[in-house]
Design a protein around this ligand. Sequence first.
Ligand code: MG
Length: 283
Amino acid sequence: MKFENKRQSAEAHEAISTQIRRDIVSMLLEAGSGHSGGPLGTTDIYSVLYFGGFMKYDPSNPDWAERDRFVLSAGHMAPVLYAALANAGMFPREELMTLRKYGTRLQGHPGRDMGLPGIETSSGSLGQGISIAVGMAMSDRLLDKNKRRVYSLTGDGELQEGSVWEAAMSASNFGLDNFCWIIDNNDCQIDGRLRDVMNVYPIDEKCRSFGFDTIVVDGHDFNQLYAAFDRFTENWQKGTGVPTAIVAETKMGKGVSFMEDQYEWHGKPPNAEEAKIALSELD
Ligand SMILES: [Mg+2]
């Protein structure tokens, strides 16, 4: 079953998110490696972005020139992007089970040269995707008459990369109101809490000082996510010259009780027993 891309109820998004989360758990079990926490934690953002009528894409014509662009800067969170794209009809859902297998188009980090529909760029080296996305937004402004929106998602740990802030500075310097920066703020990174590794707080004030219209939302509240993406769309349509940042407060591993808010699940797949429990909780 393929989900539609239009404004829909919170209940409908709940069902979409549950399907995506089930896919993530199944893919990771089958792969035997990969990242569970971030993908499950950001699922509701994809639910609204790809199935709430915000991302403009056409599964029957994935290379459509006027499509919006999405760049997953935190490339290790690829399973959620793959699951969202498959459920949008960009490629067959069966292919999800090839994640990380030899020769697959679903590499552990997205690879543009794999030819998977919906993957705009290779990513995974942290701090780089956002710069690529800002470049795309600039090119759209200069060459293509501002027809597209460009979205990029970074992790909160990724904010420790200096190049992220160069990209942010450029986005406001060049007035890129067609650029939406989504920050997954789960207060977890591979080795622990953000404050214990390298404090990046206050994130919202940093974004504001870098010139972004900054909105802090509960990343699991569909209404708040709709309001934030609506405000971005408004900034773009009105031509405010101000880029938008959405700081989404999320729970790593959301939906699976024993993974929730546990940074140990950053880069670990479930084993068979854990996957069974996870899928029963996501029923
Ligand atoms: Mg994080």
